[in-house]
Design a protein around this ligand. Structure first.
Ligand SMILES: NC(=O)c1ccc[n+]([C@@H]2O[C@H](COP(=O)([O-])OP(=O)(O)OC[C@H]3O[C@@H](n4cnc5c(N)ncnc54)[C@H](OP(=O)(O)O)[C@@H]3O)[C@@H](O)[C@H]2O)c1
Length: 307
């Protein structure tokens, strides 16, 4: 039974989601935050040791190997971090009756069709990153640990590198940019993910998590393409008087922008299950972007020169 101020072991604490979680969870929880230098997910013994030292009520694994293209060249490393480590966390969580929160991805699906994917749909990842994340899900499910695997999509946030920062940078430099318009998904802010995680954890005392252990889709509502996302970033930045050079944002197909890793065309996730079980209302991707963009702009070295 967690104390009135549950202890949380947080890995990947300096990533996009990890940083946002520290902010969202610190009021009601005691957070033991670890980055790669203090908890390296390639080191199974260190994972076990940290959990045994801290004895947390909750383990949140926000660490991951997220370099999707580089993963094609570093499969062993991607599988160690995304595939093996989550299973170690789950074994340790089971041992001490802690709840494990882990994040996964729309990239576990093959992106066929146009319908949103439900949790029970068959995964069929197209690339090493997706395969390694699926291996992590399976490793957790192979244990008896109470867990939530929260699959999300197209994450951006105040901290770390992401699509929003890239668009702001190139839109400040170039008059015309080309952005893919045939991959569809829901951009989801790290801040939204962290706030939703906090809302779910507030239900820990009611046994809601133990009774509903499993996999959930957690993303903002609505859908767009990367082109639609970029256009909205530019529109909001211009509205905030950020000086941009860009005049045209051209839509291009995925085939015109070859990458090492193949990406799913359909990244839509159906989040109805999460809504039903934990009562969470998703925020639209446009609303989440409008509230996170000022944080991103403010955290840049100077608001007028986003580099
Ligand atoms: N980013 C997306 O678009 C996206 C989409 C869907 C799902 N997700 C999932 O959402 C979760 C959070 O992603 P995010 O966007 O917050 O990722 P992120 O910003 O890349 O953060 C990942 C964190 O993991 C850390 N890390 C990497 N290797 C590690 C290791 N060996 N040991 C310990 N820490 C290590 C990184 O540390 P360094 O900073 O030192 O590298 C980084 O702080 C992940 O599970 C990811 O798979 C992300």
């Amino acid at each position: 039974m967690p104390s009135s101020r549950p202890g949380i072991l947080l890995s990947g604490a300096n990533g996009q989601v990890g940083s946002a979680l520290q902010h969202s969870l610190s009021e009601k929880n005691e957070i033991f935050a670890f980055d790669r230098t203090t908890l390296d997910l390639t080191n199974s013994e260190q994972i076990r040791q940290r959990v045994r030292e801290i004895k947390p009520d909750i383990i949140i694994n926000a660490a991951a190997y997220t370099a999707v293209d580089q993963a094609e060249k570093e499969a062993d490393l991607a599988f160690a971090i995304n595939g093996t480590a989550p299973g170690i966390f789950a074994e340790e969580a089971e041992r001490i009756n802690a709840t494990l929160i882990h994040y996964s991805t729309d990239y576990v699906f093959d992106g066929s069709g146009t319908q949103p994917r439900c949790e029970g749909d068959k995964p069929a990842p197209l690339n090493i990153y997706g395969k390694s994340k699926l291996a992590g899900e399976q490793a957790i499910k192979a244990t008896e640990a109470v867990h939530l695997i929260l699959r999300t999509s197209w994450v951006y946030g105040e901290h770390g590198n992401n699509f929003v920062k890239t668009i702001l940078r190139i839109a400040a430099e170039k008059t015309e940019i080309n952005i893919i318009d045939d991959q569809i998904g829901a951009p989801t802010s790290a801040e939204f993910i962290a706030d939703a995680t906090a809302q779910i954890l507030n239900q820990l005392k009611d046994d809601a998590i133990a009774l509903n252990s499993g996999t959930y889709h957690l993303c903002c509502s609505g859908e767009t393409s990367w082109h639609g996302f970029a256009s909205e970033i530019v529109r909001l930045a211009e509205q905030s008087n950020i000086p941009l050079a860009v005049k045209e944002i051209h839509p291009i197909p995925t085939s015109a922008y070859p990458t090492l890793a193949e990406r799913p065309k359909n990244s839509r996730l159906d989040y109805a299950h999460l809504k039903r079980v934990f009562g969470l209302q998703p925020t639209s991707w446009q609303t989440a972007l409008a509230s996170t963009l000022p944080l991103i702009i403010a955290s840049s070295t100077t608001a007028t020169s986003i580099k």
